[in-house]
Design a protein around this ligand. Sequence first.
Ligand code: ZN
Length: 136
Amino acid sequence: MTLSHIEHIGIAVTNLEEATRYWEDVMGLKCYAVEEVKDQKVRTAFFRIGEVKIELLEPTCPESTVASFIEKNGGRGGIHHIAFATDDTNTALNEAKEKGVRLIDQEARPGAEGLQIGFLHPKSTLGVLTEFCCKK
Ligand code: ZN
């Protein structure tokens, strides 16, 4: 597979407004988009730093996987996943699968910002929840 760069770092937060204030006031970044991704049961806020984005993820309901992450993390947010840009998410998922990696998504699905995304299972990736994403 060909990964071109880190597209974004996903960070789980318990309160999107409070987290946005931190990233703006302390870190000096500007939130340029807030979007609800119903499929993933999250609200997201995006910040750009160079070519990389910070994606804040606030669960919209207790059934959200981000809600379980926060619960397992002692009720606090934290680094949730790393997303790598690729030219084709399905190809990257299939190549990982061929190499014995367990997939969360068997096929690419729509994510925030109109990207096609797919996740690898952290049990197969040394504990790092890994996302592939591409623009088509
Ligand atoms: Zn992501």
